[in-house]
Design a protein around this ligand. Structure first.
Ligand code: FMN
Length: 374
């Protein structure tokens, strides 16, 4: 019998699918709807102590490609396919006080659903580190199940916040440790993918006591320039700054980051995010060793909280377990991590043995000219 439930960092989940910290989890109304729709858990939109004001105009748009062509544009049009989301939205613009009481009410209404609070503060001095502890205590007093430390927001100018923390091994360790000093609940850390070797930052977080590492947040990127107006497709009075790419385009990029970490720390807990909209996508993360999977872009485009996405994920996992019942698989733990060891260094990939070497190919292959003997 297929059993979708799982345990991750000591928390019991009805199913391993979560809404990621983002617009789908920006309010109590959204989170309640998400739980009713079937999500196993949510990570709240990141909550901070500093006042937040977003840019003028839209905070998120979506890149689409023409079905039969090469045009990549944010223009909404028929016969096009979603490529990615692009956003420059900051953390929650609702103050801490707004969240207090609401989180407790959500948990009371849905005691079996998992509520994780994403939090963020600065890290440049002791006062800022104390802010992390203030947020931690406030969240656990509300009864949330866990914390996710945001070391990954790509839009921060401050050098001691967001992805700038996730790019600094010392800060990763110091902030995690400061939170762990006061936390009685599991602490996850969400890292930025914008570093050269994410294994180093993950190691620093685990050294600081992190119970899990979460990846990926969005990748640094720019909108394209409109060839007619010569303006960026998304701008405010002509100006743009680096934003974050999410959705289908980042699935392979995010898998690569995840594989680096799960191989380096096979016994640690990881939550996978990036480009997930079906069970097949989540399966790649599970087979690399992830114990939960999180979704943002696909849910935003499905009635804001993904009622159809979660149905597809649950159905996909049930069918997968039924199809593989003959292997004795009934739950995620039975297949989690099975392909972790298949990612190896380039030199470990088999070379052809024969003398008639055709650039690695023995037959015509997409993207390459017809082979000729050398
Ligand atoms: C509009 C928008 C706002 C986001 N806000 C946050 C945030 O406040 N905190 C955070 O940790 N991640 C934030 N994210 C990142 C998502 O949680 C997620 O990591 C990313 O979008 C990749 O997942 P996806 O490919 O399913 O979209 C945001 C993403 C988008 C598109």
């Amino acid at each position: 019998m297929a059993d979708l439930s799982t345990d991750f960092t000591g928390i019991h989940f009805e199913n391993p699918f979560m809404l990621a910290s983002a617009p789908p989890t920006e309010s109590d109304a959204n989170i309640m709807r998400a739980f009713d729709a079937g999500w196993g858990g949510v990570v709240t939109k990141t909550i901070g102590l500093h006042p937040v004001m977003n840019v003028k105009g839209p905070k998120t748009k979506f890149f689409r490609t023409d079905d039969q062509g090469t045009r990549i544009s944010m223009a909404k049009r028929p016969s096009s396919t979603l490529l990615a989301s692009w956003n420059w939205e900051l953390i929650s613009d609702k103050p801490l006080d707004w969240w207090i009481g609401k989180l407790a009410r959500i948990k009371k209404a849905h005691p079996r659903k998992v509520l994780v609070a994403s939090i963020m503060a600065g890290s440049g001095n002791d006062k800022e580190l104390h802010n992390w502890q203030t947020l931690t205590k406030a969240m656990q007093d509300e009864g949330v199940d866990g914390l996710e430390l945001n070391f990954s927001c790509p839009h921060m100018d401050r050098v001691d916040m967001g992805s700038n923390v996730g790019k600094d091994k010392v800060l990763c360790s110091v902030v995690t440790q400061a939170v762990k000093e006061v936390s009685r609940i599991p602490v996850w850390v969400k890292l930025t993918p914008a570093t050269s070797n994410i294994v180093e930052e993950a190691e620093a977080c685990f050294r600081g006591g992190a119970d899990a590492v979460v990846s990926s947040n969005t990748f640094p990127s720019l909108p394209v320039i409109d060839p007619e107006t010569l303006d960026f497709e998304m701008n405010v009075e002509g100006y743009v700054s680096s934003g974050g790419l999410g959705g289908p385009a980042i699935l392979p990029l995010s898998l690569a980051k995840m594989a680096q970490m799960t191989k380096a720390f096979p016994d640690k807990a990881f939550s996978g995010i990036g480009g997930i909209s079906t069970f097949e996508h989540a399966l790649s993360y599970f087979l690399l060793g992830c114990g939960t999977a999180q979704v943002c872009t696909a849910a935003m485009l499905d009635s804001a909280i993904g009622p159809n996405v979660i149905k597809t994920l649950l159905r996909g996992m049930t069918e997968f377990l039924e199809k593989n019942a003959h292997r004795g698989w009934t739950r995620l733990e039975d297949f989690r991590g099975l392909r972790r060891d298949r990612v190896v260094s380039h030199s470990q990939i088999k070379r052809p043995e024969s003398v008639d070497y055709h650039g690695g190919y023995t037959e015509e292959h997409e993207g390459y000219a017809r082979p000729v003997a050398v």
